[in-house]
Design a protein around this ligand. Structure first.
Ligand SMILES: N[C@@H](CCC(=O)N[C@@H](CS)C(=O)NCC(=O)O)C(=O)O
Length: 227
């Protein structure tokens, strides 16, 4: 039985916009593993109940059921050591970089994304998304744009561009989980928002094009602009 990845989808099944699910999806591609990536919606909690929690990504590999994108990456590295390593940069560095994506880029971009994701969801998921996100944020989705700060986003991206410098990938000469983490977050944006956060970031744009070219399967999914 092939590996199964449950990942968040909009009303259109080829619109996948979870940054965490993309990390697992890209990790499976990076390792060259055979897998099926099944669309999952917020209201499909029963489908992943065996994982003992209610969030995706969920990976099923034989009798192993995993959740948490980082734990999935560690599992794949351990279970499939003969496939290309996910951590050429070292697992500690990769985790630190992933945490930086989660603590710097994701919070800066989410104000642009949350309002545009809502209409892309199934009608049932629209209700769940509005209730859960508005309760978390303490504001209406429509008011998120007041927090959307282009200068703050540009400053975060500038920091990433500086770190990349003249290296081809964040992990070094070859891509690693650091690269997959930031690309995962950028695919969250690309799947939902019609504006490219990298439009004024030539260094990162060239990095993304280099990395995306490694994953021809991206062509099967729906993005708002050319990566
Ligand atoms: N730390 C987790 C985060 C997973 C997560 O938040 N997934 C979201 C989709 S982006 C989810 O499934 N949310 C379900 C819900 O809000 O009910 C990971 O890295 O896997």
């Amino acid at each position: 039985m092939p590996i199964t990845l449950f990942e968040l989808a909009g009303a259109s099944p080829e619109r996948r916009f979870s940054p965490y699910c993309w990390r697992s999806h890209l990790a499976l591609w990076h390792k060259g593993l055979d897998f099926q990536a099944l669309p999952w919606r917020y209201n499909d909690k029963a489908l992943i109940a065996a994982s003992g929690q209610g969030k995706v990504p969920v990976l099923v590999d034989g009798d192993q059921i995993l959740h948490e994108s980082w734990d999935i990456a560690l599992y794949l590295e351990d279970r499939y050591p003969q496939a290309p390593s996910l951590f050429p940069e070292g697992a500690v560095q990769a985790k630190a970089f992933m945490n930086r994506c989660d603590s710097e880029f994701n919070p800066a971009v989410r104000w642009f994304l949350l309002p545009v994701i809502h209409p892309l969801l199934t009608p049932g998921d629209q209700v769940y998304f509005r209730q859960s996100r508005e309760a978390q944020l303490g504001m209406r989705l429509e008011d998120c744009s007041q927090k959307a700060d282009r200068a703050a986003l540009a400053s975060v991206l500038g920091g990433f561009a500086e770190q990349l410098g003249s290296q081809p990938f964040f992990a070094g000469f070859e891509p690693g989980y650091s690269d997959l983490s930031l690309l995962g977050s950028l695919l969250w944006a690309a799947a939902s928002w019609d504006q490219d956060p990298l439009s004024d970031q030539p260094v990162l744009k060239a990095w993304r094009a280099r990395l995306a070219a490694r994953f021809p399967g991206l062509a099967d999914y729906r993005f708002q602009y050319q990566l």
